[in-house]
Design a protein around this ligand. Structure first.
Ligand SMILES: Nc1ncnc2c1ncn2[C@@H]1O[C@H](COP(=O)(O)OP(=O)(O)O[C@H]2O[C@H](CO)[C@@H](O)[C@H](O)[C@H]2O)[C@@H](O)[C@H]1O
Length: 587
């Protein structure tokens, strides 16, 4: 069996039977639900009384990239971005949606921290040059702060990295082996305020349509601030800038990738945010009764829901779920109040990075026309894992953060049942120590046919996605999910809990369906191992007894339009709506 891979920068990782190292903590802040097409290609719904929705872009893959009717200056703000600082799906999205928007003719800047942790990952920032600009930031009780800006122009996008000592420390972006960093509210307030300065101060914006470099984006742009870490951007724009006559024509879209993290801290921290006193009401918050702590608090994500011009989340299913008491994490009433500006846009995937015909991490190329390379990938992974090498044995995979959301416990509960069915299974994940221990125990008990990998390794993720027959996604909730999309592109059939983006993107097999589109996988409910095993049984039965239909299911996934160009066009529609309206909070 193979030992640990060392090809993933900065990752601590090991097969469980190899000498194991502790994995970096997963992302976390201080606190903390429709059927659809295979492509997820439903257009965003308009706000009530808003303009009619744009027509869908067509079902199949489009020959070329569309062009924007109105090129805009767009500024993304995010705590993580692939490849520099990805810890999960947020990094994937912010690494690829901006590229898709730039390819459509927009001028796009992405602003994220310049994380230096002393590991191999630091080298990724070497191509970014110091602009020499130092922004003085007024962050209230924290005193004046300085932010530097490093810049790299690549794939038509301006990648800007905010530099400050708070981003230079061992660990992952959000924490280290001791847990989540205690000053994350301050670190991401600094990022958010620096991001507001970047379009005004950086003379980098000259790359659109052959314009000469050397001028600023200026104050007529569209911000896309992502998740709680960038949730102060709409508040800063409204309270600090518009009140002073700046950014009057700018709009801010707030993108929710995961509502369970909201950036909640005690109310006493409000003065540290550098916001005027009268802004407190937008952020004020009482912990819900189910929270383990109580007392007055500030909730950065709540502020963004109230103050941003439009809100986007990453699937239509999730846009619905977060407006319910079950899926709203205490914010459903606030979200219901702004439902008229809330849209769900299903994520795409990076079709270059996740291309089975050109994947540098896998041993053999394949595509929908010829899947023989997939069999080679499976055999290679069986060798690597020390499993029997046999194409007939179903190989089942699971990849994700070891977090309650992703249902690693549900997957682990099913291990005895899966191995009894004669399958092999591999799990890749990092995060909670208790789930890591459970993976170790499962491997010890089922050494012939179960392997776990503790750590974060993009190459291993590619090898598992390419090799497996089935990918399990037992997530309790899933705003969009990317692994099911990667899996479909590699002919790996997803079996997933019918929730959020999983239900939107997987066309579930229905033996009673009369004609129509071929399925791309299975969805099941409720989110427990029994329901998951029943769906897996149906899938395996079909694989054995109707191989032609199984191949058609694989092909349907592999040929679905999962590209970002479709989603990028939907984002453009949201930008256009935002620009038609007055700012949500003028001052
Ligand atoms: N141990 C490991 N080694 C290597 N790679 C690993 C890994 N663990 C996870 N990954 C990778 O990290 C990414 C995770 O994507 P998800 O869609 O599951 O995102 P996540 O839940 O982090 O983010 C949130 O944001 C995204 C983006 O909007 C939503 O899709 C999602 O539903 C929402 O919860 C994938 O690229 C996956 O392959």
């Amino acid at each position: 069996m193979a030992g640990p891979d060392n090809d993933d920068a900065g990752a601590a990782q090991a097969w469980l039977t190899a000498p194991s190292q502790s994995a970096p903590a997963g992302p976390a802040s201080t606190s903390s639900a429709s059927n659809g097409s295979a492509s997820g290609a439903k257009p965003a719904q308009p706000a009530a009384g808003g303009p009619p929705p744009r027509q869908p872009q067509g079902g199949g893959r489009r020959a070329g990239v569309g062009q924007a009717e109105t090129p805009l200056d767009i500024v993304f703000v995010s705590a993580e971005v692939a490849p520099w600082s990805k810890t999960g799906g947020l990094g994937d999205v912010v690494g690829s949606l901006p590229v898709a928007l730039a390819a459509r003719g927009h001028r796009v800047m992405v602003i994220a921290p310049r994380y230096l942790n002393g590991g191999q990952n630091d080298a990724l920032y070497e191509d970014a040059v110091d602009t020499g600009v130092r922004a003085e930031l007024a962050l209230g009780g924290c005193g004046p702060q300085t932010a530097g800006f490093f810049h790299l122009h690549r794939n038509l996008v301006d990648w800007v990295f905010v530099d400050n000592p708070v981003f230079h420390r061992p660990g992952n972006p959000y924490g280290d082996e001791h847990g989540v960093f205690g000053d994350n509210q301050f670190r991401y307030a600094l990022l958010s305020l620096a991001a507001c300065e970047a379009p005004l101060q950086l003379q980098i914006g000259g790359y659109r349509h052959g314009e000469p470099p050397g001028f600023a984006y200026g104050e007529r742009c569209v911000f896309v601030s992502n998740d709680w870490h960038a949730a102060l951007v709409p508040s800063y724009l409204a309270a600090k800038y518009r009140r002073n006559g700046v950014y009057l024509k700018t709009r801010c879209i707030f993108a929710i990738h995961n509502l369970s993290h909201q950036g909640v801290e005690p109310a006493a921290t409000f003065p540290n945010l550098g916001l005027p006193d009268d802004w407190y009401e937008h952020l004020s918050w009482e912990y819900p009764s189910w929270a383990s702590i109580n007392g007055p608090a500030v909730n950065l994500l709540k502020g963004a829901v109230l103050c941003s011009d439009r809100i986007v989340t990453v699937s239509q299913g999730y846009a619905w779920e977060i407006c319910t008491s079950e899926g709203g994490w205490g914010l459903h009433n606030v979200l219901l109040g702004r439902q008229h500006v809330l849209n769900g846009i299903t994520n795409g995937i990076d079709m270059d990075e996740w291309d089975p015909a050109r994947d540098a991490h896998t041993p053999a190329p394949f595509d929908a026309a010829d899947t023989s390379g997939k069999a080679a990938c499976k055999a290679a992974l069986q060798v690597e894992l020390g499993f029997d090498v046999d194409a007939r044995i179903p190989l089942i995979g699971w990849i994700g953060r070891l977090d309650h959301q992703k249902g690693p416990d549900i997957a682990l509960d099913a291990v005895p049942g899966i191995t009894q069915r004669g399958c092999q299974m591999v799990m890749l994940g990092s995060g909670s120590a208790k789930y890591e221990a459970a993976m170790r125990a499962a491997e010890a008990a089922h050494r012939a046919s179960f392997r776990g990998w503790v750590g974060f390794s993009v190459p291993v993720a590619h090898r598992i996605v390419a090799a497996c027959d089935v990918l399990l996604m037992p997530s309790r909730f899933e705003p969009c999910g990317l692994n099911q999309l990667f899996a479909m592109r590699y002919g790996t059939v997803p079996v997933a809990h019918a929730t959020g983006g999983l239900r939107d993107t997987i066309r579930s097999y229905d033996p009673h369906a009369a004609g129509g589109d071929v399925a791309t996988g299975w969805t099941y409910s409720p989110p427990d191992s029994g329901a998951m095993l029943r769906a897996l049984d149906q899938a395996l039965d079909l694989r054995w007894h109707q191989p032609d239909l199984w191949a058609a299911i694989m092909r349907a996934g592999m040929t679905a339009d999962l590209s970002w160009d479709r989603a990028a066009a939907d984002y453009e529609q949201v930008f256009a709506w935002a620009l038609m309206d007055e700012p949500a909070r003028a001052f």
